[in-house]
Design a protein around this ligand. Structure first.
Ligand SMILES: Cc1cc2nc3c(=O)[nH]c(=O)nc-3n(C[C@H](O)[C@H](O)[C@H](O)COP(=O)(O)O)c2cc1C
Length: 362
């Protein structure tokens, strides 16, 4: 068997030491209560996966305006903080480390979550696809383009959510700049047709990302902050005319903050969010001077090889961690993996959530 030992080397990521290089990728699971509060079942799910070097939580809305997925959690009320405190305390008692993923969905929220109002985006351009609303799925709508004067308020929402994450006992936060949500909608020119300082040139399109990053870093500390990007991912109908240029510029600009890490989702062919054509993550790896996490489509040998060849410092695993609470142990021993059950990804309840068997149970 090919050596997978590089995955089990310890590593320092910003302010925290990780015992191994396997990151649990953020996974929306739709199990929060109707007020978007995490409950004991969510704590149990994360505790089961605490042997990951680092857990990144499911995407968590920073404000009612940023919310738009049935069953997703939030981080804007005291109840949210209390619910998350239960999760972080439980994970820490199990010797784990956990970052909260900060989320504003922008144009792919839905009027059903916005008191009948339109969701907001950089431009009035609809994405093709469906929103996960309480009654099932509904097509995305054409959003209202944000006024320039509204943007500073959203940046403040990110800062407030970061302070609440700190209060809730997290080890850090990850800014969700991937997968066609608000920050990504600003970055890529398929969804951003603005003519103000937030649109047009690449520096203008990444301005929102940088303002959010600065505010989040100031609200806590840059070494507690990671950023996630998906330069070529088509999810949520995303396109950019020159992803290599756009995202290399962004990765270089992020160097000024001294962040904990940059996390890049770029599917290996045949996997989640994969696109045919050249991958740009190697250019981002060169441009970013800090810990670099790769994701999508990795198994143990591919992840270990990416670290051994210097393509990454850490590897994030999404669906493998979803279906295998003891993924670290399974990779160490070469044990077979449970297969993820797609029909229970967002279905609510314990089935397909906390009942995936551990090795000794199989
Ligand atoms: C059920 C599900 C939920 C996801 N939710 C999120 C999310 O909340 N935030 C995010 O950045 N990515 C999300 N993703 C993407 C994963 O983090 C990851 O990039 C993807 O599963 C590919 O990695 P893998 O090949 O290891 O599974 C989700 C993916 C799946 C399958």
């Amino acid at each position: 068997m090919q050596s997978v030992s590089t995955l089990f080397e310890s590593v320092k990521v910003g302010a925290i030491h990780l015992p191994n290089r396997m990151v649990m990728a953020p996974l929306t699971r739709g199990r929060a209560n109707p007020d978007h509060v995490p409950d004991n079942l969510m704590a149990e799910y994360y505790v089961q996966r605490a042997s990951a070097g680092l857990i990144v939580t499911e995407a968590t809305a920073i404000s009612p305006q940023g919310f738009g997925w049935f069953g997703a959690p939030g981080v804007w009320t005291d109840s949210h903080v209390q619910g998350w405190r239960n999760v972080t305390d439980s994970v820490h008692r199990a010797n784990g480390r956990i970052f909260l993923q900060l989320w504003h969905m922008g144009r792919v929220s839905h009027p059903d979550f916005q008191n009948g109002q339109l969701p907001v985006g950089p431009s009035a351009i609809a994405a093709q696809g469906d929103a996960h609303v309480p009654s099932g799925k509904k097509p995305y709508v054409t959003p209202r383009a944000l006024e320039t004067s509204e943007i500073a308020g959203i940046v403040k929402d990110y800062a407030r959510a970061t302070k609440l994450a700190k209060e809730a006992g997290f080890d850090g936060v990850e800014i969700h700049g991937a997968n066609g949500y608000l920050i990504d909608q600003f970055i890529r020119d398929g969804s951003n047709h603005r003519s103000d300082a937030y649109g047009g040139t690449v520096p203008n399109r990444i301005r929102f990302l940088l303002e959010v990053t600065e505010a989040v870093a100031d609200a806590w500390s840059p070494d507690r902050v990671g950023v996630r990007l998906s330069p070529t991912g088509p999810y949520n109908d995303m396109k950019d005319s020159n992803p290599a240029e756009t995202f290399t510029y962004a990765a270089r600009a992020l160097n000024t903050f001294g962040l904990a890490y940059l996390h890049v989702l770029e599917g290996l062919l045949g996997h989640w969010s994969a696109v045919p054509g050249p991958r740009v993550s190697p250019q981002l790896r060169d441009a970013f001077k800090g810990p670099f996490i790769v994701n999508a489509g990795y198994d143990a040998p591919k992840g270990a090889a990416a670290i051994a060849h210097g393509e990454a410092d850490l590897v994030a695993y999404g669906t493998p961690f979803l279906a295998n609470p003891d993924l670290v142990e399974r990779f160490k021993t070469g044990a077979p993996l449970n297969a993820p059950q797609v029909d229970t990804f967002y279905s609510g309840g314990a089935k397909g959530y906390t009942d995936y068997p551990r090795l000794q149970q199989t």
